[in-house]
Design a protein around this ligand. Structure first.
Ligand SMILES: [Zn+2]
Length: 229
């Protein structure tokens, strides 16, 4: 299932396989969650979708792209940004190696999302209204950066990477990030996210993370079936 765990003979005669490309970022996610949060989330969705489709479709998960267009978090250590041009070239060139590719993105900064939408490749984009409506209240409220939603997902798959002591001390900051971005704010700090999170990380649980991963995997499975059809 993990493309790069295989040796090449295992990849012979698999021309019809669907290749999932997980896309993330290396960026601050509060004082409690890892820089790799978005990448871990994309990988977790891909892994679950591939497991669900076992026996129905040949699905392989490519190594993730752990860098994205990441400017909002530049006031904090840990934001490693690439340009739109670099992201476009990297993803386009990786995708050109395969007949069937689905991009799975969890880094939701608008410049990242718009760049990926423009590529003309199948894209799993949770910011689409019909998908967002199937996710948690906090996510739909636009406070989905390192809050309860994302922290729960990390707790489900990589709990050892969450600093629970710090997580428990964080006050809820119900900031509507899409609204702040529309109003012209260009950094987490300007949006009032003085510790690089929005939402309520202290309320995160692994159980919610498991449920959200199931909902995300359902939606990715639907998209993969559409792409193959
Ligand atoms: Zn994130």
């Amino acid at each position: 299932m993990n493309f790069s765990d295989l040796a090449y003979p295992e990849l012979e005669r698999r021309d019809g396989a669907v290749h999932l490309l997980p896309l993330g970022a290396t960026e601050p996610h509060g004082p409690h969650a890892p820089l790799a949060t978005d990448t871990l989330i994309s990988v977790g969705i891909c892994r679950r979708a591939a497991e669900r489709l076992r026996g129905e479709l040949d699905v392989l998960v490519l190594p993730p792209v752990p860098y994205g267009v990441t400017r909002y978090g530049a006031d904090f250590p840990g934001a490693v940004s690439i340009s739109e041009e670099t992201l476009r070239a990297l993803v386009t060139e990786i995708a050109a190696n395969f007949e069937r590719v689905v991009l799975v993105n969890s880094h939701l900064e608008p410049d990242q999302v718009w760049t990926l939408r423009d590529l003309g490749l199948p894209l799993f984009d949770v910011t689409r209204r019909e998908r967002a409506e199937r996710l948690t209240d906090e996510f739909r409220a636009g406070a989905g950066h390192a809050g309860r939603y994302e922290t729960s997902l990390v707790l489900a798959d990589r709990p050892e990477l969450v600093n629970r002591g710090r997580m428990a001390m964080l006050d809820a900051k119900m900031i509507d990030m899409p609204a702040a971005i529309r109003a012209g704010q260009t950094s987490f700090v300007a949006m009032g996210m003085d510790q690089a999170y929005a939402g309520a990380p202290a309320e995160a649980t692994a159980e919610e993370g498991d449920q959200t991963f199931e909902a995300l995997a359902d939606m990715l499975v639907e998209l993969i079936r559409e792409v193959v059809r």
